[in-house]
Design a protein around this ligand. Structure first.
Ligand SMILES: [Zn+2]
Length: 145
């Protein structure tokens, strides 16, 4: 007779609805950015089973707007193979409006002067790998979509 031993430290029913692979490729295949929110208020754009702040297994998945502010960036002149035809471009860290931080890239930024910390950006669905961002239009409401 064999007894089934439950795995230690894991909830019986993890709240994460998707695997890490499905989560990370959701923006490519579903054209949506997914995030997680904990009851403590913590928000993350990184897949996980438990809250990185309080440790609770209470993460609820939701769809992120993809809008945020540049918190850091660097211009890549020597790209990885996937981006070899896109260099130079910016590798960016974006603080999302809902909370949480996500990394991505901006093909429209080709030099340090093309972008500033604090610039508003938004996610643009793309067939290319990675989370791609664009700068918001400089004059909101001025004929923009
Ligand atoms: Zn929490």
């Amino acid at each position: 007779m064999s007894a089934t031993v439950p795995p230690r430290g894991l909830p019986k029913e993890p709240s994460a609805a998707h695997t890490i692979n499905e989560f990370e490729h959701g923006y490519e295949e579903e054209q949506r950015l997914r995030g997680f929110r904990s009851a403590c208020g913590f928000v993350t754009a990184t897949w996980g089973l438990r809250c990185a702040r309080c440790g609770q297994y209470d993460l609820t998945e939701f769809i992120l707007s993809g809008k945020g502010v540049v918190s850091a960036y660097t211009v890549q002149n020597v790209p990885s193979d996937e981006f070899v035809n896109d260099a130079p471009y910016a590798y960016v860290l974006v603080d999302l409006d809902e909370g949480g931080r996500i990394s991505g890239w901006m093909p429209s930024v080709r030099a340090v002067g093309d972008l500033s910390i604090g610039d508003r950006v938004h996610w643009v669905p793309s067939y290319k790998p990675g989370v791609q961002f664009e700068k918001d239009a400089p004059a909101p409401g001025d004929g923009g979509r």
